[in-house]
Design a protein around this ligand. Structure first.
Ligand code: PMP
Length: 394
């Protein structure tokens, strides 16, 4: 059987990581993979995570199974972090999942169960794994216009025009904040208009929120998700704790499913539990437990929020510095959008050929669509990137 298999398409970002690893130049700069790095290029364990791990090691007395949903306290903590009091939590079912990816996968599984012939609408562009998973699962996928390559901002009119074709029962996948890969985001008013359209069409929104706290702040970054929750009768939210808690390898995420009334919640919750059972049974607990401990302890939470804010402000500072350098080195305002973008990424609008040249001539690695990871930079490397971009992107 195994000899009938054919090679799968390689993940472009993971392939880029391998190229970077094999580059012998000690001046090389990795702006590829979506992992936060500090000024020394290290992905640290956050202080509150270390402290919670220490406490957990002392206090944990069993590694027996939790529940199919994961620990219900984790679901409750995530509802509070993402939704706050925008909706009645009794309307929202929640399961722990292996990372945000697990939550997205389970959201698509739910779509398959509820309306297997519906179409899932994704932004053009989106995180490539959305498309890959949809294709693998055999769900229909259409793209809605999103990014204006000329200005590197959202083309909202084009987005709304393409969403006019959404049908009842379709799913519209929105990035809750910090759009990946572009860094260009809707305003809150625009999210509201999208919600109105989704409501009018009778579709369901799936909000992918993987960078809460990396954009404008922990509460600010959840504002769009909360607005959608107040406007729509039903919606799904796939939240990742990988970035904002820095626990990438622990695989910690949460799928929330908001029903129209609390009467629906037992069946919704039961369905979510069922999906966990079919796919991997009990979800991972370690990272989820750390998150629950931090969100439930005033001291740990304050320290986590302070460190998250340092991370966010550090990236914002690099954005401003990069926009300023590019302004000087190109003698134009062409790249001013870098300071307006939010989150870990910016798509800077270089062609694939230019991206390749920047890699070959300067050892600066960004994804082929010209997405760069702002956190891969530091104060010393920003001018080097600006110089390379100014030289190559004419
Ligand atoms: N959604 C988006 C938009 C992402 O960028 C990522 C991580 N790259 C995820 C979801 C999932 O992250 P994870 O599975 O590592 O939690």
């Amino acid at each position: 059987m195994l000899n009938t298999l054919t090679p799968q398409p390689e993940d472009k970002i993971l392939a880029l990581m391998a190229l970077y690893r094999d580059d012998p130049r000690d001046t090389k700069i990795d702006l590829g993979v979506g992992v936060y790095k500090d000024a020394t290029g290290h992905t640290p364990i956050m202080r509150a995570i270390k402290a919670a791990e220490k406490q957990l090691w002392e206090a944990e007395t069993t590694k027996s199974y939790t529940a199919l949903s994961g620990d219900p306290a984790f679901g409750a903590a995530m509802k509070t972090m993402v939704l706050a009091d925008s909706v009645d939590h009794a309307r929202v079912g929640a399961i722990a999942t292996p990372g945000g990816t697990g939550a997205i996968r389970q959201a698509f599984e739910l779509m398959k169960l509820a309306n297997r012939h519906g179409t899932v609408w994704t932004s053009n562009p989106t995180w490539p794994n959305h498309l890959s998973i949809l294709k693998f699962m055999g769900l229909a996928n259409k793209e809605y216009a999103y990014f204006d390559a000329a200005t590197c901002t959202v083309d909202f009119d084009a987005m709304m025009a393409s969403l006019k074709d959404v049908k009842a029962g379709d799913m519209v996948l929105l990035h809750g904040c910090c759009h990946n890969p572009t860094g260009a985001n809707l305003t809150l008013d625009q999210y509201g208009l999208v919600a109105d359209l989704i409501l009018e069409k009778g579709a369901i929104a799936l909000v992918d929120i993987a960078y809460q706290g990396f954009g404008d702040g922990l509460e600010e970054d959840a504002a769009a998700t909360r607005l959608l929750a107040t406007k729509l009768p039903e919606m799904l939210i796939a939240a990742s704790c990988s970035k904002n808690f820095g626990i990438y390898r622990e695989r910690t995420g949460c799928l929330m499913a908001m029903s129209e009334t609390a009467d629906n919640t037992p069946v919704t919750q039961g369905t979510l539990n069922f999906l966990n059972r079919q796919n991997y049974s009990f979800p991972p607990d370690h990272g989820a437990r750390l998150v629950t401990m931090i969100l439930g302890d005033a001291t740990l939470k304050a320290d986590w929020m302070a460190e998250l804010e340092e991370v966010r402000l550090g990236m914002l500072g690099l954005r401003t510095q990069l926009a300023d350098e590019l302004r000087q080195q190109t003698n134009s305002d062409r790249f001013d959008f870098v300071a307006q973008h939010r989150g870990m990424f910016s798509r800077i609008g270089a062609s694939p050929e230019e991206v390749l040249k920047i890699r070959e001539e300067f050892g600066i690695y960004m994804v082929g669509d010209s997405r760069l990871n702002i956190a891969g930079l530091n104060a010393q490397t920003v001018p080097l990137l600006a110089h390379a971009v100014a030289k190559i992107c004419r």
